[in-house]
Each structure stands twice: as C-alpha cells, then as structure tokens.
Design a protein around this ligand. Structure first.
Ligand SMILES: O=c1ccn([C@@H]2O[C@H](COP(=O)(O)OP(=O)(O)O)[C@@H](O)[C@H]2O)c(=O)[nH]1
Ligand SMILES: O=C(O)[C@@H](COP(=O)(O)O)OC1O[C@H](CO)[C@@H](O)[C@H](O)[C@H]1O
Length: 341
C-alpha cells in the first residue's frame, strides 16, 4: 500500500524553504550571462499587458539595459526576445511597447481559432505559440518600481542549480492608496486565499512567499507540457501542475526585495479569489480528493461557467451583483500546435 504524504500531513515545505530559497544578491548579471553562454541557452521574456502604457516602456528599457551589461561583460544578452502580449489595450500599450523595441502580439490574434482571449492566463498560454527560447520568463507589466533585479533575479537558480526547473519571484508587497503607503499591505488574494488553500490542500507549496507572483521562469518544455487556466487562475494552476510534474525539489524562489503593483479594488479581488479557489478545487477533483458525486450539494461551479453572487453594501443600500465567471483550461500547447518545437 502506498501512503500519500499529503494524507499524513507530513511534507517537506520547511526543508524545501531552507534549501530552495535564494536572494538575488547571490547572483549577478555578468555571472548569469556567462552561465547562459556556457550552456548555450536562449531566454524569452513574456510580458502580458492590459492597459499598462504608463509602465511597459520603462520595463522594456530596463530589460535592454540588463542586456547591454550582460553583452559587455559576458558577450551575450541575458534576454534574447522580449514578447509583449497585449490585450488590445485602448490606452496605447502596444504602441509604447513597440516604440521601446519589444515584439508585440495581440493576445486575440495568437491561437485565434480558440476565439477571443480570456484574460491574463490565456495571454500567457497563447504566447507559448510564438515563444522560441529554451527558457520562458513571465513578468507582470504593472510594476511601478521596476528595478533590474526583477529581470534577472529569477534566472539565478535556473541557470546555476542543475536540478532547478522552475523559479518564482518572492518579495515584499507594499500597498499604496493615494499618498498612503502600507509596507506589507499588498498581495491580498495571496494572503487570504492562496496561502491558506495551499496550506490545507497542497502543503508542499506552503513555503512560497509569493505563490501568485507574475514573475516566474521555467524551461519552455515544461510550460508547453502543462495546461494553463485562463484569467487569474493561471498562477495557481501552474504552481500545482509544475509541482505534480517535476516535484518540489525542482522548484525554487528568489527574494527580489519589494514590488509595487497596481491595485484593483477589494471588491474586484473577490472574483480573483474565486478564480484561485476554483483552480485548486479543479485539481483536487482530478486528484480524487473532491468527489462531487458523493456530495450532491456541491454546486456545478467547477465547470466552465459559474455564477458568482457578490453581496455588497453600497451608499444606495445592499446590492446583490451577479457575475458569470468563466474559467477555461487550455491544453498543453505542444498537444495542439502542429510540430511544436
Ligand atoms: O486580462 C488581463 C489582465 C491582466 N493582465 C496583466 O497581468 C498582470 C497582473 O494583472 P493585474 O494588474 O490585473 O493584477 P494585480 O497586479 O492587480 O493583482 C499585469 O501585467 C496586467 O497587465 C493581462 O495581461 N491581461
Ligand atoms: O497577489 C495578490 O493578492 C493579487 C492582488 O494584489 P494586491 O492586493 O492588489 O497587492 O495580485 C496578483 O494575483 C494575481 C492572480 O494570481 C496575479 O495574476 C498577479 O500577477 C498578482 O499581482
């Protein structure tokens, strides 16, 4: 009989945390450039963007600056291609990104036989159809205080530790409302949904400081072999599927200091949280740990469409908002793109 460590509640998250947590200061642009050259690897940076005209240009510039330093010291750029996947943003995101020298794709034009794109996760999945690097590094584009370590930090462990195949960013997250700054007030869905859910159901992942961070890297082979959920479910499903595919020892995190993202109103985060919960529930059901046939009261909300009733108090009184939340799961890209290489 095999005993599942999850059933026993015995996991090695604490040990993983000790061995697979790094700090960006342990690495350098020059050192990583040399490692990349030695291993003859190419790196694509994939930047999903929706209405980020105010931040995307500076981020692309910072990647070019990192490349210049790496080329000077190590003879190769650290990032070979910068792919911006734009949500046909009305604010001019695509134009700005192009002016700063990125390759720009409309998320709706990639894999267009799947119809219009469904949010962030879909943009990230569709980008794999045009990516060509040995490593693919995703990066959020709403970062206000972007610094160069946000480009090269996550590359540290993947270029220097042979067992590591997936690296996630870790950082402190300030919350900024107007002029008021709360030092560790950001990452509300992370703290109130993702971390408790992982502790309970995927305790191996409990050592990740920012499990929902949009900055992470893996070899393209790995990303092309797992499904991507659409919208804001993507980080959650990728964490679980990478864990199941390569195991915790092949995963790492790197402290990058702090990161200030653009904040959505708390009310919108309720739906983001629901996406995270649905991603976990889907995987649990597949793992046989959530048996819908046994509990008839469980609503059919784990399928593609789910009603989300959001009860709120407003200046005009109590309101019950109803949303139809759609969560689609895209298949491993290598299974659906002919001759994917
Ligand atoms: O439909 C979407 C929604 C978000 N994003 C990008 O995903 C990242 C994080 O999204 P968002 O700012 O909405 O989330 P938050 O940072 O508020 O959690 C940003 O780079 C967005 O531009 C995207 O490409 N398409
Ligand atoms: O981490 C979180 O709790 C949310 C919300 O952040 P804030 O409370 O606005 O700082 O932000 C993110 O989560 C999304 C869903 O996984 C990701 O797509 C975003 O990249 C990440 O910033």
């Amino acid at each position: 009989m095999t005993i599942n460590v999850r059933d026993l509640g015995v996991v090695d998250a604490a040990e993983w945390f000790r061995h697979r947590s790094y700090d960006y200061t342990q690495f350098s642009i020059e050192g990583l450039g040399r490692k990349k050259a030695e291993q003859n690897l190419t790196v694509d940076a994939v930047l999903p963007g929706r209405n980020v005209a105010d931040t995307i240009g500076g981020i692309v510039d910072e990647i070019h600056a990192v490349n210049q330093r790496s080329e000077r010291e190590a003879g190769v750029p650290l990032v070979d291609r910068i792919l911006v996947v734009d949500a046909d943003s009305p604010d001019g995101t695509a134009r700005v990104a192009r002016e700063h020298g990125a390759e720009v794709f409309s998320e709706n034009e990639l894999m267009s036989h799947y119809g219009g794109a469904h949010g962030k996760g879909d943009a990230m999945w569709r980008a794999l159809s045009v990516a060509s690097g040995d490593l693919v590094m995703y990066m959020d584009t709403d970062t206000k205080d972007f610094r160069d370590e946000l480009v090269w930090g996550v590359l540290g462990p993947i270029l220097t530790v042979p067992q590591v195949r997936y690296v996630k960013a870790a950082y402190r997250r300030p919350f900024k409302a107007g002029e008021k700054l709360e030092e560790d007030g950001g990452g509300r869905v992370t703290e109130l949904s993702a971390k408790p859910l992982f502790n309970l159901f995927y305790p191996e992942l409990a050592g990740f400081v920012q499990p929902l961070a949009g900055e992470f890297v893996a070899d393209r082979e790995l990303f092309s072999s797992i499904p991507f959920m659409t919208g804001y479910a993507v980080e959650t499903n990728v964490m679980i599927d990478v864990l199941n595919k390569v195991g915790l020892a092949a995963m790492a995190q790197v402290d990058l200091g702090t990161r200030q993202n653009r904040h959505q109103p708390l009310r919108d985060l309720s739906r983001m949280s629901y996406a995270v919960l649905r991603a976990v529930a889907r995987r649990m059901r597949e793992d046989g740990r959530l048996d819908l046939s046994r509990d008839k009261r469980v609503p059919p909300s784990l399928n593609q469409f789910s009603d989300y009733l959001h009860a709120v108090a407003t200046p005009d009184g109590l309101k019950l908002n109803e949303y139809v939340e759609e969560l689609v799961e895209r298949p491993p890209i290598r299974d659906v793109v002919k001759n994917y290489r």
